[in-house]
Design a protein around this ligand. Structure first.
Ligand SMILES: *[C@@H]1O[C@H](CO)[C@@H](O)[C@H](O)[C@H]1NC(C)=O
Ligand SMILES: *[C@@H]1O[C@H](CO)[C@@H](O)[C@H](O)[C@H]1NC(C)=O
Ligand SMILES: *[C@@H]1O[C@H](CO)[C@@H](O)[C@H](O)[C@H]1NC(C)=O
Ligand SMILES: *[C@@H]1O[C@H](CO)[C@@H](O)[C@H](O)[C@H]1NC(C)=O
Ligand SMILES: *[C@@H]1O[C@H](CO)[C@@H](O)[C@H](O)[C@H]1NC(C)=O
Ligand SMILES: *[C@@H]1O[C@H](CO)[C@@H](O)[C@H](O)[C@H]1NC(C)=O
Ligand SMILES: *[C@@H]1O[C@H](CO)[C@@H](O)[C@H](O)[C@H]1NC(C)=O
Ligand SMILES: *[C@@H]1O[C@H](CO)[C@@H](O)[C@H](O)[C@H]1NC(C)=O
Length: 733
């Protein structure tokens, strides 16, 4: 499934065709060099460029060739560059001093609003602390932005915060930024610009306009898509500023550009970065542009929110799983987008789709088009008819449009939990519902039907979307991923005025809003809430904010249909902004702790010193190679060994951010047959910011099934409930 519309739902399954020919075939590579040399800052960029030229010159025939090959010199926030290189040059550079990793610049893909009310975050609560909200800047790395959207209107905003040192790349089609949209830049190493694109920060796609308005768009009344989903639209932190870093284009996004955006965003002074991008494959942390960029961001106190990926419900498909990122799954809100199908025999079938059309005639003939591939469709007479298809492909609705069909019914069990926008009147039904339609078609000589415009009835929620990527963590088994879930199904947010709802040729429907789904949508929900928390706690570290989000999350119901993967589907639960601003205790993690974790994960001193820029060294004296267990993470993941009993210790340290004098008791919910021991089980604080340690010991097993066992540890003091999920799983070796 990869139609242009669905593709941003699908983090690409990129088969990297590394066509390493023996010749001088060059490709774009990232040469990552870790932290900046000490004392370096944005001003020493010229020096960095010169070092990069020298390095390239030593592998090229001439300085001209070296300069020609260089695409970016990073050096504002971390070291490295991007260049066109041959395999032999890659080899030589990999061996040079100061180089952490050299990797090909992979192509990544893109993976209201009722959603805020649903998660208990009403506009009245959001409109608090506005003076501090206006100091917050959310950086969005995406497809650009439609600056004229009301979501980015500057009315009511004071001067741009003085900490901002970013820029606005103005062009004839992007004349200016403003006090709301404080910065906008674009990055494109590839000289070929896809048609329909703007060579500017302007969004020709729609994704970036949608995600940025979800993160921090202004409050807009009467938002809807042709009347569907009518309500107010607003971002998570509507009083904050936005900065757009356009790295994704209609043909995808490349890592060299993404790193250039991180390099700038970190330097520019953003507080939060939202990255709804990904790549469906596991990489080491320092061969993955998003993990690298996020690491340097958190080093500077910048919170990073990432989408968990759209490759569910298959196990271990979660992406963006580094322990320093917030990895966000996607779940439903309590309304669905229902587009009913009426059959001539008065049977009504509840299909799912965003159908903006009201059919002119009461009934249309209905025919069965089977798989409806282009060739067979040519043979069916679809003009004026509703066509039932039992498969869907890239251009199905476009085919029906070209054939002047009256409408489309798609029978597929893959589209059951999200509503897509289609070019013609369309509804999607399950194969079981399809049987009813087929038997009606068979039962009469002139079957007729009608597809109704979408309505939005209530639905049970929250349910993790089937497309949302699932744990376990494919690289570090002992860190539970995803971390959290947020609304990511049928989300209404802003859309470029000139981009049609489907982007198909012939679709003339323009709207200031559109409805789309994906972890691309849940990611900016979390970024916005992180910004909101930061407006209350400007001195909190990214990991403290993440802890607040996780330990206060709404506990999900694993028995609801769709939630069977439990923590591997939703992590700690559904994001809960009102609770997260006042969590009681936080699990803080400093850069040193991540370094310690990386040591135990097998990264050596040489690599670590480059990445951290200091003389970090791996001190294994007290380590037991349990980097994941010993990281002060707000969740607990036991990666059990097949056939062996479990014996695992998780040291934790909590910081009091609630009430100065308070006493917390541990409440344990242990899976059947497993012992969870917390020592000490009472924590008495006498002051704010005081830290106290405890150990969790988990014993039992061996576990025979490969089913996830769930439990929880909750610290309670009568006011706060600080909950960490416990997940136990036998990781297949
Ligand atoms: C540049 O983009 C075009 C498509 O837009 C693609 O065919 C081409 O391979 C890209 N070039 C590089 C060097 O990535
Ligand atoms: C609300 O939006 C709809 C559709 O865009 C429009 O027809 C209607 O006039 C608007 N109502 C108000 C009160 O602005
Ligand atoms: C469908 O319902 C309408 C109105 O209730 C009724 O007039 C009509 O006879 C029904 N048709 C069939 C085929 O049952
Ligand atoms: C569709 O038809 C064209 C022309 O008749 C043919 O070349 C092509 O192979 C067919 N495609 C499929 C998938 O059958
Ligand atoms: C409808 O008829 C077709 C053949 O005309 C047959 O293949 C199919 O099984 C029938 N479907 C139902 C649901 O009766
Ligand atoms: C948007 O479309 C309108 C109408 O076609 C056109 O006048 C305007 O220039 C377009 N805007 C941009 C930025 O392309
Ligand atoms: C450190 O690790 C890197 C990357 O795995 C490797 O190239 C290098 O040789 C290692 N250095 C030492 C001193 O082991
Ligand atoms: C946790 O366990 C370790 C190892 O047994 C011990 O050294 C440490 O003191 C314990 N911490 C607390 C707070 O009990």
């Amino acid at each position: 499934m990869a139609s242009p519309r669905i593709s941003y739902l699908i983090f690409s399954m990129l088969c990297i065709l590394v066509l390493l020919s023996a010749g001088e075939d060059t490709k774009l590579y990232v040469v990552y060099m870790g932290n900046l040399p000490s004392q370096a800052n944005g001003d020493s960029h010229t020096a960095a460029v010169s070092i990069h030229h020298d390095m390239l010159e030593s592998v090229h025939s001439s300085r001209e060739a070296a300069q020609e090959s260089l695409k970016y010199s990073y050096g504002k926030s971390f070291g490295g560059f991007a260049a066109m290189l041959s395999p032999s040059q890659v080899q030589q550079l990999s061996n040079m001093a100061g180089v952490v990793s050299v990797f090909q610049s992979k192509q990544l893909q893109l993976l209201t609003t009722r959603s805020w009310d649903f998660i208990g975050f009403p506009a009245s609560a959001q409109n608090t602390n506005l003076a501090y909200q206006s100091d917050i800047i959310i950086g969005v790395i995406d497809t650009g932005i439609w600056p004229e959207s009301e979501s980015y209107n500057e009315v009511g905003f004071g001067p741009v915060p003085s900490k901002w040192r970013g820029e606005c790349h103005t062009t004839s089609d992007f004349p200016t930024c403003n006090k709301k949209l404080v910065g906008a830049k674009f990055y494109r190493t590839n000289g070929t610009i896809p048609s329909g694109e703007f060579l500017s920060p302007r969004d020709g796609h729609g994704h970036g306009t949608h995600t940025s308005s979800t993160a921090a768009g202004n409050h807009i009344n009467n938002a809807s898509v042709y009347g569907i989903g009518q309500g107010s639209a607003r971002g998570g932190v509507p009083g904050a500023r936005l900065a757009m870093y356009k790295v994704c284009w209609l043909d995808g996004c490349t890592e060299a550009d993404i790193l250039a955006a991180f390099d700038d965003a970190i330097y520019d002074g953003v507080d939060v970065i939202s990255v709804s991008l990904g790549f469906y494959r596991s990489f080491n942390y320092f061969e993955d542009s998003i993990a690298i960029g996020s690491f340097h961001a958190i080093k500077r106190g910048i919170f990073v929110s990432n989408g968990a990926g759209n490759s569910g419900p298959t196990m271990a498909t979660v992406i963006n799983y580094s322990p320093w990122s917030l990895t966000v799954a996607a779940s439903t809100i309590d309304r669905k987008m229902e587009s009913k199908l009426l059959l001539g025999n008065n049977i009504s079938i509840k299909g799912i789709a965003v159908n903006t059309y009201t059919m002119e005639q009461p009934w249309y003939p209905i025919i069965y088009g089977r798989s409806c591939d282009l060739n067979s469709s040519n043979h069916i007479q679809m003009e004026g008819r509703i066509v039932l298809c039992d498969d869907f492909n890239d251009f199905l609705d476009y085919t029906i449009y070209l054939g002047r069909g009256a409408g489309l019914i798609i029978m597929s069990d893959e589209l059951s939990d999200m509503a897509l926008v289609w070019q013609v009147p369309t509804t999607t039904i399950s194969t079981k519902q399809g049987e009813v339609v087929l038997s009606y078609i068979n039962s009469t000589s002139s079957p007729v039907a009608r597809i109704l415009k979408t309505t939005t009835p209530k639905a049970p929620a929250p349910i993790v979307a089937s497309f949302s990527s699932r744990g376990y963590n494919p690289i570090t088994f002992g860190i539970l991923k995803p971390d959290i879930t947020a609304p990511g199904v049928d989300i209404i947010a802003s859309w470029p005025r000139n981009t049609s709802l489907t982007k198909n040729i012939g679709d003339t429907r323009l709207s200031n809003f559109n409805i789309i789904s994906g972890t691309s949508m849940s990611c900016p929900h979390s970024a916005g809430v992180a910004g909101f928390i930061k407006s209350y706690h400007s001195n909190w570290s990214p990991s403290a904010i993440k802890s607040a989000l996780m330990t206060t999350a709404l506990v999900m119901d694993p028995t609801l249909f769709g939630n069977g993967d439990a923590e591997f589907g939703y992590g700690a639960g559904q994001i809960n902004p009102m609770k997260a601003i006042d969590p009681g205790l936080v699990y803080d993690i400093g850069v040193d702790d991540y370094v310690n974790f990386l040591c135990k994960e097998g990264y050596n001193d040489t690599t670590l010193r480059l990445v951290t820029g200091d003389f970090s060294s791996c001190d294994f004296k007290e380590s037991s190679k349990n980097g994941a267990r010993e990281l002060n993470y707000p969740s607990i993941m036991v990666d059990a060994i097949p056939g062996e009993p479990i014996q695992a210790r998780f040291p934790r340290i909590v910081t009091n951010v609630g009430v100065a004098k308070s006493t917390y008791k541990a409440t344990i919910s242990a899976p059947f047959g497993i012992n969870v021991i917390v020592e000490p089980d009472t924590l008495s604080f006498s002051s704010l910011n005081q830290k106290l340690s405890y150990n969790v010991t988990i014993e039992g097993g061996p576990i025979l099934t490969n089913k996830l066992l769930s439990g929880a540890l909750t610290w309670r003091d009568g006011i706060y409930n600080v909950r960490s999920p416990i997940a136990i799983y036998v990781i297949p070796k």
